[in-house]
Design a protein around this ligand. Structure first.
Ligand SMILES: Cc1ncc(COP(=O)(O)O)c(C=O)c1O
Length: 299
């Protein structure tokens, strides 16, 4: 019998070294810990290949720049070769092929004041675990989502960053889970649709694929970007714009995306079915095309 439990790998990469996780030491004055001053990427490895590593690194680099991190964090994220090698070595050290991989970069150790200029050298951490995807039945029934009372702030830089300040996402997700749902959907401060707690959202209506624009206050998801590329290459009309909540309620189909889930049909929202309450045709086609894209990237 195969175990369905994902196990945190024993070997981690910390500041240039592969070490057993039991030997890892992080400073109590790390500004990532004290102030949430850090960024991370969650990536999926398929058969030892990290899907779109370049895109993840580009997002990390862009995020660091937009935070004004001109000191050593930026130097670390500039070093593609070493970071990619470090990720691959972490996978290999743990004999992992299909994995969830996390790269975390924080400001590192500094003064006990929220001043990152006191942090001379960043913390770079890579952790991995085996990945057991959700079973096919889940993709056949789809996710149920609840509307979160929390709002994304489209004016806050944090909305567009994968920062280690993840508390809002956690709270939204916990509330959705407590309500028996798989995901929470957040609106922005203007009441337009933003994203899920750990996902981007797409709707389909009249053959058009619609997703909230980045200006709506959403993370520029790597999977979101791939789905838009696939749809455009198939001549499906795609729209990135402000999206009204009622468009989700009235959509024919909806799905959410992230690097681990790929595309997950969203079939229920606030206790009511979306469309037929089953995964829609376009959603299924895009999921198949996404998986083909992943397979091609492995060649
Ligand atoms: C808030 C949020 N939006 C969207 C996503 C999807 O991003 P990606 O496709 O890059 O995994 C994530 C990923 O965890 C997320 O945390």
């Amino acid at each position: 019998m195969t175990s369905r439990v994902e196990i945190m790998a024993e070997i981690i990469y910390l500041n240039g070294q592969l070490i057993p996780r039991s030997k890892a030491k992080l400073s109590p004055f790390d500004h990532g810990f004290l102030y949430g001053y850090g960024l991370f990427e969650t990536m999926r490895a398929y058969n030892g290949h990290i899907f779109r590593f370049d895109h993840h690194l580009a997002r990390l680099r862009h995020s660091a720049q937009s935070l004004g991190l001109t000191h050593s964090i930026l130097n670390v994220v500039e070093g593609k070769q070493s970071l990619e090698t470090a990720c691959m070595e972490t996978l290999e050290a743990n004999k992992l092929k299909d994995a969830r991989l996390r790269l975390t970069v924080s400001a590192g150790e500094g003064d006990m004041t929220p001043d990152p200029s006191t942090c001379p050298s960043p913390t770079v951490l890579i952790t991995a675990r085996n990945l057991i995807p959700l079973p096919p039945e889940k993709y056949e029934s789809g996710f149920k989502a609840a509307l979160s009372p929390l709002r994304r702030n489209s004016q806050s830089p944090l909305s567009r960053l994968k920062s280690t300040c993840y508390m809002e996402n956690i709270l939204a997700r916990m509330a959705a889970r407590a309500a028996g749902c798989d995901e929470a959907i957040l609106l922005n401060e203007q009441g337009y649709l933003a994203e899920g707690s750990t996902t981007n959202i797409f709707l389909a209506s009249n053959g058009e694929l619609i997703t909230p624009s980045l200006e709506s206050g959403v993370l520029p998801g790597i999977t979101r970007e791939a789905v838009l590329e696939i749809a455009r290459a198939s001549n499906i009309k795609t729209l990135e714009r402000q999206v009204e909540l009622k468009e989700l309620i009235e959509a024919e189909e909806a799905f959410v995306t992230n690097s681990i889930l790929e595309l997950m049909p969203l079939t229920w929202f606030e206790g009511k079915p979306i469309g037929t309450g089953k995964p829609g045709q376009l959603t299924k086609e895009l999921l198949a095309a996404y998986r083909k894209l992943v397979d091609e990237a492995l060649q």
